[in-house]
Ligand binder design. Sequence first.
Ligand SMILES: Cc1ncc(COP(=O)(O)O)c(C=O)c1O
Length: 406
Amino acid sequence: MQRFETARDVALSTRPDHPVYCFRPQVLVEDARRFMAMFPGETAYAVKTNGEPMVLETLAANGIDLFDVASPAEFAAVRQAAPDARMLYMHPVKAQSDIRLALETYGLRVLAIDHEDEITKVTRIVRALDIDPGSVTIYVRIQTKGHAAYELSKKFGAPPAHAVELLQRLHRTGYKVGICFHVGSQIEEPDVYERALRSADWVRNRAGVPLAGLDVGGGFPAEYGHDPRRKHVEMPSLGQLMSRLRGDIVEWDFGDLPLVAEPGRVIVARAFSLIVRVLLRKGRRLYINDGIWASLSDSWTGKITLPARFIPDPAIKSRNGNSKSIVPFRVCGATCDSVDILSRPFWLPETVDTGDWIEIGHIGAYSMALRTRFNGFYPDTFVEVETPFDEGEKPDSFASLETMAG
Ligand SMILES: Cc1ncc(COP(=O)(O)O)c(C=O)c1O
């Protein structure tokens, strides 16, 4: 992979017409180590967030030996990048053939469920393969309540009374059992973990079966940008959040159990930025070479505000407007789809023009993992960049929270 000092160097020396991902391995290592140092249990990186081989290899080479996986492609990616790593199969709803592959071919022994029919599927395969259920740990995923940019409990998780029955049923069949939850991605309320722990405690007390572990899932918020023109709801830092979580774990008497977390965003978001080019400026509209069907679906929802930096093309000798004036631009994506327009504007210097570049920061999570091949556009160029996005010049722009009119 080509290496550069900054993303600006990438843009000015290679003049890319297609999106370029700038990978910062040292930032990834720093964020992973920071999380591991603060969390009082094992850290299982959530592969879905960004399963690029460079990410998995870097994490594996720097102390992550546990991965949260959801599909055969993720089993294979982890095995390839980190042959000795362990995997947790934490998708609550799985294809029968995928369960078999996980247990038989990949030797996985930790799974999650939130319904009795899922237990039936797993047990059918455990029996067919003559596996001792006592060597398998099954986590029951419980529903949680709270605010996050991406709620997950509407889709997964058993209500508490149902979770009690599931734990008892699993215990009777001879499995080791645990409780897991996922409070939603990019939490917006510091209380959500405490509430989930309280619910886990209720379930544990009613179930009355020995627990082999507690998995607190993901949700830990990554640092993004914010619109300075709007009221900013300050979240506690990761350090404060973790210190509170550690206290709550002890308070709810889970301190003696093996603990696991499945962080995604908080580990990988800062490790990548993306250079996009303005293919055309039409008034206050910018047509760029990425969009909601490529790296920007996460920001399309408008829930995530990404910091951005304007990289003017020095070949443009005359410009209209005031470079100090930061104004909103509606951003249209690369495909022919009319929904491929970002729901929120990018705020950029008024002088931005066709041919300029924009570096979008903190884009490592749910960006390249969600890109599609729609219209034949598939960003796939990676370079390595030395300087962390936050250490460069101050970002002068951002993809804002404010809705554009018209
Ligand atoms: C089961 C599970 N674990 C972990 C994660 C990672 O969550 P986050 O990126 O919020 O840390 C997700 C994300 O949706 C998930 O579904």
